[in-house]
Write a protein that binds this ligand. Structure first.
Ligand code: MG
Length: 387
């Protein structure tokens, strides 16, 4: 029986993780759930999975839960960053699924690593913001970080049983999102509704918008750099609209290995939870004969500048990726409020990065400061643009 703490239980990855747990009741048990403010869904999850501890974002949310739960339910309710850290470090968990959306995932994930837990990592921001600190801490604590992000899970699987020194290149695939074949002119007019209509994956709003702008792939390059200790230059991106090949690796002899499957997050989630084993019955099978064609194209950097902006921030390193990520989070929020256009997102992020003085070899405090600075700066820039 594997005991699981789930950070971000009410999000898209969180719900899929709970589906996997529910499908395999003799394999997994939930120890702790951490969520934001969706107490309605969390309540249902508490009743179904009976965790020992839950943590939510605010005291108000904690009170709401307490009132809604019957006196019989002895679940311990925590709140705030401190509560999330305590839940993430709960002693009875074997593995912690890190699936909070955005930079908010970093601190609880670090707490779990500090407590010696293996991590199933879906929160890419943990690596984007603090890849160096996180990988060093993982090494020191001798814990495993198993990727859940579908591309990184694919690469992780492709590298199983092969020699690291033979690896030449990583190729991340990207669906291309809903605007793959849009002209630059059409991109100027796209609506929020269109942006949220991802052709292949069902995900949360933030990551769906990031997929449409290619920022998601940019963040994934940085994530891959740290997860697989690769040079940024050895990580390439290919557009693959069918989303069947989830990513691939190239070895020095020219051989490629690719991992394929239907686009269903339950596959990489289950793999991360059972690694190095595999379990059946979590997803529909892939029918390649029905699929017929698998296409690959180079990404269009002019139409989707976020990819190169992110790559450059990754090369600059230090606090630059934290600034990139924070500026993107705020710009995407503004796009969701319809304050800025879709095409403004990269323009805003670039402005923020330009004003940032990168700190090399940052401490965690430097990174959190850069994150806060970038959020304020992004708000100011958006304010200036829209008034
Ligand atoms: Mg991904």
């Amino acid at each position: 029986m594997k005991k699981i703490t789930l950070l971000g239980s009410t999000g898209s990855i969180g719900c899929s993780t709970l589906d996997v747990v529910e499908n395999n009741p003799d394999r997994f048990r939930i120890v702790a759930l951490v969520a934001g403010e969706n107490t309605e869904l969390l309540l249902k999850q508490i009743e179904k999975f009976r965790p020992k501890v839950v943590a939510v974002k605010s005291k108000e949310a904690a009170l709401k839960l307490r009132t809604a739960l019957t006196a019989k339910n002895r679940v311990k309710i925590l709140y705030d960053v401190e509560g999330m850290r305590e839940a993430a470090a709960h002693p009875s968990a074997d593995i912690v699924v890190s699936a909070i959306s955005g930079s908010a995932g970093l601190i609880p994930t670090l707490a779990a690593i500090e407590a010696g837990k293996d991590i199933a990592l879906a929160n890419k921001e943990t690596m984007v913001l603090a890849g160096e600190i996180v990988t060093q801490k993982a090494l020191k604590k001798r814990i495993k970080i198993i990727p859940v992000d579908s591309e990184h899970s694919a690469i992780f699987q492709c590298l199983e049983g092969s020699r690291r020194e033979n690896l030449r290149r990583i190729i991340l695939t990207a669906s291309g999102g809903p605007f793959l074949n849009f002209t630059a002119r059409q991109l100027q007019q796209v609506t929020l509704q269109q942006t949220l209509r991802h052709p292949k994956w069902k995900m949360g709003k933030k990551i769906t918008i990031d997929s449409a702008s290619m920022m998601n792939k940019g963040l994934e390059i940085i994530e891959a750099k740290w997860l697989f200790d690769m040079d940024m230059q050895a990580i390439d991106v290919l557009i693959h609209p069918q989303s069947i090949v989830h990513s691939m690796v190239e070895f020095v002899d020219g051989a490629f290995l690719a991992q394929m499957g239907v686009p269903d997050m339950k596959i990489p989630i289950a793999y991360a939870l059972t690694y190095p084993e595999r379990i059946a019955g979590n997803s529909a099978p892939l029918n390649l004969a029905k699929e017929k064609t698998l296409e690959f194209y180079p990404p269009d950097a002019r139409k989707f500048p976020c990819l190169d902006i992110a790559r450059q921030a990754g090369i600059d390193g230090g606090t630059a990726p934290a600034v990139l990520n924070a500026a993107d989070e705020i710009a995407v929020e503004a796009f969701m409020r319809k304050t800025v256009r879709f095409v403004d997102i990269p323009v805003i992020i670039e402005k923020v990065l330009k004003e940032h003085k990168t700190i090399k070899k940052p401490t965690l405090e430097d990174i959190l400061d850069a994150d806060r600075w970038a959020r304020l700066k992004t708000h100011t820039i958006i304010e200036r643009m829209t008034h």
